[in-house]
Each structure stands twice: as C-alpha cells, then as structure tokens.
Design a protein around this ligand. Structure first.
Ligand SMILES: Cc1cc2nc3c(=O)[nH]c(=O)nc-3n(C[C@H](O)[C@H](O)[C@H](O)COP(=O)(O)O)c2cc1C
Length: 852
C-alpha cells in the first residue's frame, strides 16, 4: 500500500458499504427481525399452549420408547418419528418430529406420554414456521434449494463486510478514547443523529453481528461448514459422517427399549430431557443413542451422548459434553451460538435485541445516503458548476458576465445575476476576467463586470494578469460594446472599490457605452443592492430576482473549544468545533468561508440595562429586548432603551473565518485568535466566539462557497501550502480534504511565533508527515532566538524545489495575514517564479489566497 493508499481504500470501501447497504441492507433488516421473533419461540409456544406441554401427571404408567414410537407411527401412516424428545418430568408431554417416509413432509407436535395420543401442535406454529422460512430463504419458492437461500447467504457475507468495513470507516481520530467509540450523544439532531446511531450502535453490536453472520453461513454453504469443521476438529466430513445414501425398502429396526432400560439404570435422575433419534425406515440404525440434557444446562445442545450397540445393547460410548474439545463443542452448538443461547439467557436476550436493531442500520444508512445526495444537489445548484464554466464556450450567450473575486462574493453575485437573467429569458455566460482577451472583448456586444477590490485598492489575485495585460496594454476600440460594472468592496478601505472603478474607467476610455452608471457596493449596502437589481431588471432579469446570495444562516452548536497556545505571551488562538443543529446541513468544501453574526457579552448587555434602571427592575426587562441588544452595537450607558430604540440600533457587523475542517469530519472547525483593543476589551467576533459563547450554545452561521480558495482535487496536483498563525485554518481544511481523498505529497510552509507555544495541530501535522499526506513540512519560529525567521524566508531558501513542483503542476495556496505574511510571500514568489508566471498561475487557479 502506498503512503496515501489507505484513504483511497476508504473511499472504495465507503462506496461498496453504501451500495451494498441499500440492497443487502433490506434483506438483513428482514432477517434480523425474523431471527429476533424466533429467539424465544419455545417459551412463547409454551406460554400460548401451557396445557399442551404440561398436561399433568397421567393416571397410567409411561409408555416405553418402543411402545410410544409404535403408537404414534401407527396413528400417522406414511410418517416415522425422526426425533423423540423425552421429558423426564411426568407432568409434561413428549415432543415428536415426524418425517414423511417418502417425500419432504414434516409434522411437529406433542404426544401423551402414557397413551401416545397426538395432543396437537403448538398454537404459534404457523407463524414461527413463516418466520423461519423468511429468515432462511425469504419464504421464496424453492426453499432451501431456491434463490432465496442464495440471497440470504449473500446477505450474511455482506453483513460481515458491513461490520468490518464499518469499523474501518468509523475509526475515530482519538482511537484510544473509549467515549469516541461508544458514547451515543442523543442531543444531536438530523443527519448527525442518524450518523451517531449508525456508527455508535453499530460498534455496540459489531461482535454479535459477526457471530450471527459467521454462524449463519453454516447453513448457507456446504464448503463453509466443512471448512469450519475441519479447522475446529481436524476431521473431514467423511469422518464426521456423511448423509446416508439413498436406499429402498425397509431396514430391520432394533428395539430401543433394552438400551433405554440400561441407560435409565445407569443415569437415574441425572437428566431432565433426552433426545432419541431414528434414521429413515430405509436406513439401518447402526447405533442407538440418547442425547441427554442435565438440569441447569445453559442451552439445548449442552447434552451428553450415550451410544448403545443395537445387537448387544452394551454401552459403546459415553460422550460427556464437558469432556469434549472446544472445537467439537462449537461445531455441535452452531445453532445455539447463532441465537446467542450458547451464552445462556443473557446471550439470547442480547442477540434478540441486536437482531432487532438491524433495520436501524438500513434506515439510518438510507437516510444518510439521501441527505448526502440532497446536499450534493443543493451545493451544485448553489455554487454552479465552476468547472463547466471555466471550460465553457465564450460565444454562446447574449451577454457576458466577467467576474474577479478573491473570496467568492463577486463570483457568486455574477452567477446569481446569470440565473436571474436566465429566468427572464436572457442567456448569460459567466467567466473569470482572466479568460477575457482583447479579441473576445472586441467581439462582445454586452458585458457586465462584477469585480471586487483587494489589498490596497488592487485587483483580486485572479485578475492580476487581466489587469496588466488589458488595462495597461495599448489603446483598443470598444465603441460597439455596451457594458456595466458592479464594483464590490468595503467602505472601511480608503481605496473603496478601486479596481471596479479602474475597470469602468478603462472601458469608458476604450469608447464602450455604459448600460448603467458604475455601482459601487459595500457591505449591507441597500442603495447599491437596489441599483444592481434595477440594472439587471432593465437587462431583462426575471421579476423578483435580485441576483443576491441566497445561502441561509442555519443554527450550529459549539461542541468544543480549546486554546491552541495556552501559555503563550501572544494573543491566545482557539480551536472551535461546531455541529449542525438542524437536518439541513449545508455542503461546504475546503477553502470555504464561514460567516456568523456575533453577539455582545451578556454582562455588557446587563450592565447597560442596569445603568438605566434600578437593580430590581432588571427582572422585568422583556427577553425580546435583551435579544435585540445582544445583536446590536450598544449605545452609551444611560441611553433610554425602549424596544423601538433597541430595534433602531445598528446591528453588530458580521464576521468571517476560514473553515478549518471538511464535511467528512462532521463538524465545522474554526481557528480564532482572541483580539483586544487598546482598553483590553475583546473584539466583537473573537470575544463572542472565544469568551462569551459557552459550549453547548447555538449560533447562526453559514458557509459561503469560496471558489477563490477552493481546489479541484483532480486538477490541483500537489499543493504548496503557505501560511501563518490562524491561517492554519484554511490550510488544514485543504490537508484534511487531501488526506480524506488519499492524495499525498503536499508541502506545508508555516510561520509561527515560538516553538514552545505555537505548534498548532502538531500531532496532526506529524501524522500527515508519517502517512505521506505531507511530503515536506517547513516551519519557522519568528520569536525564537535560534530561528528568528518568517515563512517568506523558508520560501526563499527552497526556490529550486518550488520551481520544480510548480513545473509538475503544483498549486500554491496561501492563508493568513495579508500584511507581513501574504505580501512578503507574494514578493518571495515573484522573486522565485517571476511576476508574469505568478499572474498566470493566479489566472488558472494555481495561485490562490485566503488572506485578511
Ligand atoms: C485583505 C483585504 C483587503 C481589502 N482591500 C479593499 C480595498 O482596498 N478596497 C475595497 O473597497 N475593499 C477592500 N476589501 C474588501 C473586499 O473587497 C470585500 O470584502 C469584498 O466583498 C470581497 O469580495 P470577493 O469575495 O469577491 O473577493 C479588502 C478585503 C480584504 C480581506
């Protein structure tokens, strides 16, 4: 197996697991339930017909075995007693199994011990018969020789596969923590609850299912039975005794009574139950044997065997259960093992309960499969098919929408605009600006630009090449082109929407005709939203479509939070884990961005309320007012706070963080550094996440697709991951995705402050180095005297390898702070690869950044 072979195996196993699950799973559910109903067949039958089994002590003496057999066989012409279960207690009736001398017929019932009269069959016989048929061959035509038997046999093999592959697939990250294996968290909901039920209960029942399946195969395949017998006893089937050959006529039958008398004399009251078996009338009775069960036997097959010579009635063999080798006991008790009775009553109860849970796995497996499908479809619908667009044909649409985006906002707006226009019957092609050439521009009729601004008034990375090629190129005549620009930015930056303004100016300079005046859109910018909506509407977009992002916020519960650098003199960074609360869990990928609405510290809200009301009155404050204040920029202490005034307050700004985990993890991880202002007050987002929010609490979040930092596993080649500090979040998500996909050979260059305190996710990184997910790991520690270097210095030292990897198709991913790290890394990359090449890489999606 290659270093990264295990995850590939994992993916294949997963596919087979669910594919078999939705086929064999249904059969196993039926087998489980029918098996469970038969667990207490004897007890239920007796409870239903107590008088049949225990009619009371008869007036006359017991018939002898020979007398009883003769009487019952005379009353049932064409049948012989194949099995007589003799009860020693005189108030109980004997049980007989009659087999047809000719065909395959059978009868089972109770007979009177003093007269041999047929007392009847147990009340639930028909039902249990049906359960048995369903359990063994799904009650399909052909019975034991039909297709049903093949299906149940295959399902037993599938069960072994489910158990083992399930164990492998669920192997928890903390494999030594028993809680990770066995504790079922019923506070989970939706998909997470189904998964927990499937996985945790699956672990509880694993051994029992393996036992059921391994013993069940005994009745499915002769070769299996023979193999088990040989491996446990060393005997081949011929030694074990083959089935009697078919003979015609009637073999002389010795009398059983003398042997019975000898047996009873020798054993007295040692046994409570004896089974006497007879071969078919055509077969000779080579030995007379009694299988005798003592009082207190754990299970039905815990019997001693006494064999007598049919001519001399001398005891041939006394085969005591306790003296048999374990292998022999097992081969003789396969049925009891199968139903758990081998381990006494507790074993039977446990096996019944575990069998009853079988449908749970079919149902939860199916629900998981459906929700996976639903999520995939939703994600496709939401994010659009990036690959199709990237490789799309430029000439097909009525209108071209070119986007430039760093973190996906502009791209999603561009796609949503195309959708809105499509609803109105206008075909629009969405393309990254990097794919626009002068010729394409010259050939276009109408173009919309949806572009954001980055750095200090700069284009997003993907548009750097476009900017230098087109904007700084020579004059071009676009007099026939109509265009519009939606510039996206943030008013907090001095160069608000600078790149959009540059594009607009360049188009105007080339003589293109504006469809509408430039729209500069900041965050929560209603006026710009309206202008964009009107612009799209004028272009023919469907009524009601605003071309906005439509990803809903959903509730997530904080389930874990711990400091990554607890003793560091630097600001503390926290690793947080959230679980989705509802059933509609959004699809996300490595590279995506988490948006959330923080809340104020409850103490700050209380202090504000207390400042304007006498202490005692705080109880009277409506919960709705508190909730309103929790999400608002709080006014000065003493401001009168009516409900209306609270509603009019500015909401706290949303915050964004890089997702640090992937969907397969089942949890959404964030890495958040606690920041404080000059007065020592915690930052709005980091304060809420790292201090005010308590584990178990729920908050609303959404994961926004970030095509600008996503990668296509098939196309990205090996990754060169570069970052610092909390930038580990986005890089970790990519590495987790790679490990999950079984794609190894990546290179991480990471800058931290000190070796002693800031080795974030150290164990995980070491494990990835060991299993080949990471081929190389370089770390710098800027505050350590023996290092004192930053991540860009690591790069500068490794230029040759960087060039070599880029030559082999690697993708560079940078995550972390823009100032200091990303800018310096950018310069280092230019020094190694050249600016033109870096721009080209950015344009084709092989240089991606999530920097802030
Ligand atoms: C590091 C950084 C630098 C930014 N610089 C600017 C800027 O100079 N001017 C501006 O208007 N917006 C700036 N922004 C804001 C972004 O343009 C804004 O968040 C936008 O919604 C991002 O769109 P995108 O997701 O399509 O890249 C900056 C954002 C970041 C994170």
């Amino acid at each position: 197996m290659t270093a990264n072979g295990a995850p590939v195996t994992k993916r294949i196993l997963f596919q087979i697991h669910w594919f078999l699950g939705i086929t064999a799973g249904l059969v196993l559910a039926l087998m489980g339930v029918t098996g469970a109903t038969m667990s207490f067949e004897d007890e239920i039958s007796e409870a239903l017909s107590p008088r049949l089994y225990a009619p009371g002590v008869p007036a006359g003496p017991d018939l002898s075995p020979d007398q009883l057999i003769a009487r019952v066989q005379a009353d049932n012409p064409g049948y012989y007693i194949a099995r007589l279960d003799w009860e020693m207690a005189r108030d109980r009736s004997h049980s007989v199994r009659l087999s047809s001398s000719e065909g395959r017929g059978r009868k089972q019932g109770q007979v009177d011990r003093a007269t041999g009269a047929w007392l009847g069959a147990p009340a639930g016989e028909g039902f249990f018969h049906l359960m048995d048929d369903l359990h063994r061959w799904l009650a399909l035509p052909g019975g034991g020789n039909g297709i049903g038997r093949q299906i149940t046999a295959f399902s037993a093999i599938a069960l072994i596969f489910f158990a083992l592959s399930g164990l492998y697939l669920r192997w928890p990250r903390q494999a030594l923590d028993w809680r990770a294996w066995l504790v079922l968290d019923l506070r989970k909901t939706g998909r997470n609850l189904w998964r927990a039920l499937h996985v945790v209960i699956g672990t509880w029942v694993l051994l029992f299912y393996l036992l059921s399946a391994l013993t069940g195969l005994w009745w499915s395949y002769d070769w299996y039975r023979q193999g088990v017998i040989y491996s446990l006893t060393g005997k081949t089937p011929s030694e074990e005794g083959r089935r009697s050959e078919k003979r015609d006529g009637i073999a002389p039958r010795p009398s059983i009574d003398p042997a019975w008398t000898a047996f009873r004399r020798a054993t007295g009251n040692d046994y409570i139950w004896v089974r006497i078996t007879q071969p078919a009338p055509s077969q000779p009775m080579k030995t007379i044997s009694f299988d005798a069960r003592p009082e207190g036997a754990r299970h039905l097959r815990q019997t001693d065997k006494y064999s007598y010579d049919p001519a001399s009635y001398a005891l041939e063999k006394r085969d005591l259960y306790d003296r048999r080798p374990l292998g022999v006991i097992i081969t003789q008790s396969v049925y009891e093992l199968h139903r758990g009775a081998f381990f006494g009553l507790p074993g039977r109860i446990i096996m019944m309960l575990t069998s009853l849970t079988m449908p749970l796995f079919t149902v939860t497996g199916f629900l998981l499969y459906l929700s996976r499908r639903k999520r995939k479809q939703a994600a496709r619908a939401l994010a659009g098919d990036v690959a199709a667009v990237a490789g799309g044909d430029m000439g097909g649409g009525d209108l071209l929408i070119a986007y430039a985006s760093q973190t996906g906002t502009a791209e999603i707006r561009a796609r949503n605009a195309a959708q809105a226009l499509a609803h109105g019957g206008v075909r629009a092609q969405v393309v990254p600006v990097g794919r626009l050439t002068r010729d394409m521009l010259a050939g276009a009729q109408r173009i919309l630009f949806v572009v954001s601004t980055y750095g200090e008034g700069e284009p997003p990375d993907m548009a750097r090449g476009f900017a230098s090629r087109l904007l700084r190129g020579g004059p071009i005549d676009l007099g026939h082109v109509h265009y519009g620009v939606l510039a996206i930015g943030d008013r907090e930056y001095p160069d608000f929407c600078a790149f959009g303004i540059t594009v607009d100016g360049w188009m105007a300079g080339a003589g293109a005709q504006p469809l509408f005046p430039l729209i500069a859109m900041g965050h929560d910018d209603e006026a710009a939203e309206q202008a964009w909506h009107d612009a799209l509407h004028d272009l023919g977009a469907g009524e009601g479509d605003r071309g906005q992002m439509v990803i809903p916020f959903t509730p997530w519960r904080l389930v874990a939070r711990h400091a990554l650098n607890p003793d560091s003199p630097a600001l503390t960074a926290y690793h947080l884990q959230f679980e989705p609360v509802g059933t509609d869990v959004p699809e996300w990928q490595a590279g995506d961005i988490v948006e959330l609405h923080p809340c104020n510290a409850p103490a700050a809200v209380e202090a504000l309320l207390a400042s304007q009301a006498p202490e005692g009155d705080l109880i009277a404050v409506p919960a709705a007012l508190r909730a309103e204040l929790a999400r608002a920029m709080l006014p000065e202490a003493g401001t009168p706070l009516t409900m209306a005034a609270a509603r009019a307050l500015r909401p706290l700004p949303a915050r964004e963080y890089s997702a640090a985990s992937i969907m397969a993890d089942g949890v959404l991880d964030l890495v958040v550094r606690q920041v404080r202002d000059d007065d020592g007050r915690l930052g709005i987002g980091s304060g809420w996440l790292t201090a005010h929010m308590v584990p178990g609490e729920t908050t609303m979040m959404r994961v926004r697709p970030n095509p600008g930092f996503r990668t296509d596993p098939a196309a990205r080649g090996a990754m060169i991951l570069i970052g610092n500090g909390t930038g580990i979040a986005g890089l970790r998500a990519h590495l987790r995705a790679a490990a999950n996909d079984g794609m190894g050979g990546h290179w991480l260059l990471f800058g931290e402050r000190s070796r002693a305190h800031e080795r974030y996710f150290d164990a995980e990184l070491s494990a990835w180095l060991a299993d080949g997910t990471l081929a190389r790991l370089d770390r710098s520690f800027s505050r350590d005297a023996d290092c004192g270097r930053y991540v860009q210095h690591l790069l500068a030292d490794a230029g040759a390898e960087l060039r070599e990897r880029i030559g082999k198709g690697a993708t560079i991913l940078v995550c972390g702070s823009l100032e200091g790290m990303a800018q310096s890394v950018h310069q280092a990359l230019i020094a190694i690869l050249g600016e033109a090449m870096l721009n080209d890489l950015a344009e084709v999606g092989r240089y991606k950044r999530d920097v802030y």
